[in-house]
Design a protein around this ligand. Structure first.
Ligand SMILES: C[S@@+](CC[C@H](N)C(=O)[O-])C[C@H]1O[C@@H](n2cnc3c(N)ncnc32)[C@H](O)[C@@H]1O
Ligand code: SF4
Length: 439
């Protein structure tokens, strides 16, 4: 069940964010031979290639976070992980599926990649460059938690790693709210980090905010929007707070039978709508249900757009998700298993899934719908399918609900639709995946 999907007003435990199809819970180790075949086979012509590197460490676990992260880890263990990651990349660089393709986009995600010290980052870059190059990549993203940054680290990102897009997890500007939600940083660190980031002159800086942090009010939300506008980033991503099962808050709600402390969905949507309208007044454009960009001609979101359109993504790091020649896979999710596989000279593959052509179509259609529009002709050309005919009932339903408008080959979400797009997506799932757990 998705709380977004059920569209209940309360933010209940069990909600999730749709980022792939079929649901991750359906992927399994039995499909690994097909994954190996894809990785050991030739690349598909003209498919863009990306690299994802996962750093699972954080200074502190935020009470709302659903990612698998490690805190209080000893320096030697972090080093063991970074060494394993380098060895994994050396194995990945030998895979036949790479072909002669350059990496079009690179993404350092987490957890908190900026948890690593400048020295560790320099060493990581040096070791990676022995095996791969990403100098020609059109986008190199690096996720940062504000309190982990220093002037030297920011320079290292720009000069040594070649980062072009910094994504800064500010989430909220109120120290009371940051502390209540278990964030490791306070607002002062945001402003320090901003100075170093501005001085380094990255082509693209993104700010992450969350609508619906515990303690959030209209007054605070308006301050968040105003302060974000004052920083004038190239893009802003606003997530609506989700409560998957594994967050600290979710466990508290379920274990202690307390009411959800998170604002209801209508309020969270109203906050995003307010933010979008303020950003639009300042010249930004809405580029998806979660993102506004200052200059769409300059910011192209290579990672997001390529991934949604079915690009290959070689996944490295614990529990990372990848995609090669149309086949999904995920790395082993437990630290000892992951490290053990690499230390034994094996790729740490955990499970996979070979989607049917129909499932590939559904994946691409639901992910691209997050941008707020679809071109029916694009799917006709790529999959030989008319999505208006195939999903006639769903589209008609959404048009009469006031969530979508159809004009010839153009499907457009209304503002109401865009703000609840994640709730609209499961309707396109095949019946056997409608009621299953997502992750
Ligand atoms: C991997 S973190 C970004 C980097 C760094 N770890 C940080 O938090 O600053 C990715 C983003 O996911 C979002 N996020 C995490 N848990 C969430 C939740 N329960 N609901 C909505 N967004 C969430 C936050 O906005 C966070 O910035
Ligand atoms: S939101 Fe970011 S900093 Fe907080 S626990 Fe999750 S990954 Fe770590």
């Amino acid at each position: 069940m998705s709380s977004a999907a059920s569209d209940k007003k309360k933010t209940e435990v069990g909600s999730y964010f749709i980022s792939n199809y079929p649901p991750y819970s359906q992927w399994n180790p039995g499909e690994l031979p097909a994954v190996r075949e894809a990785l050991d086979g030739p690349p598909q012509d003209d498919t863009p290639l990306g690299l994802y590197l996962h750093i699972p460490f954080c200074r502190k676990r935020c009470k709302f976070c659903y990612f698998k992260v490690f805190t209080d880890v000893k320096a030697a263990e972090v080093q063991r992980y970074v060494d394993a990651l380098c060895n994994e990349i050396s194995m990945v660089s030998e895979l036949a599926v790479m072909g002669d393709r350059p990496f079009r986009f690179v993404y350092f995600g987490g957890g908190t990649p900026s948890f690593l010290s400048p020295k560790q980052l320099t060493k990581l870059a040096d070791r990676l460059r022995q095996h791969i190059t990403w100098d020609g990549a059109e986008e190199v993203t690096f996720e940062c938690e504000p309190g982990t940054l220093s002037e030297t680290k920011v320079k290292t990102l720009r000069d040594v790693l070649g980062v072009t897009r910094v994504s800064l997890g500010i989430e909220n500007f109120s120290d009371t709210i940051l502390e209540e939600n278990g964030r490791a940083h306070l607002s002062k660190q945001v402003f320090n980090a901003w100075e170093w980031i501005s001085a380094a002159d990255f082509p693209n800086v993104n700010i992450d905010l969350i609508s619906g942090m515990v303690g959030e009010t209209w007054d605070n939300w308006k301050v968040n929007v105003r302060k974000t506008l004052e920083l004038s980033p190239e893009s802003v991503t606003i997530y609506q707070m989700e409560l998957p099962f594994n967050t600290v808050y979710s466990k508290d709600i379920l274990g202690n039978h307390v009411e959800s402390p998170v604002a209801d969905w209508d309020t969270k949507r109203a906050w995003v709508e307010y933010a979008f309208s303020e950003f639009k007044k300042a010249g930004y454009s809405v580029s998806s249900a979660y993102t506004v960009v200052k200059d769409p001609t300059k910011v192209n979101f290579s990672y997001r757009d390529n991934l949604w359109k079915g690009a290959d993504l070689l996944a490295t790091g614990i529990a990372s998700f990848g995609h090669a020649s149309g086949v999904h896979y995920q790395n082993l999710p437990e630290l000892e298993q992951y490290l053990g596989a690499i230390e034994a000279g094996r790729l740490p593959l955990g499970r996979g899934f070979v989607p049917t052509d129909h499932q590939r179509l559904v994946r691409e259609m639901i992910l691209l719908l997050k941008r707020g529009y679809l071109d029916v002709g694009y799917f006709r050309d790529k999959f030989g399918v008319d999505i208006l005919e195939l999903f006639g009932d769903q589209w008609q339903g959404y048009v009469s609900d006031g969530y979508a408008k159809i004009d010839g080959d153009s499907i457009k979400l209304t503002t109401d639709g865009l703000l609840r797009v994640d709730a609209m997506l499961p309707a396109f799932f095949e019946p056997e995946f409608q009621g299953v757990r997502y992750t």
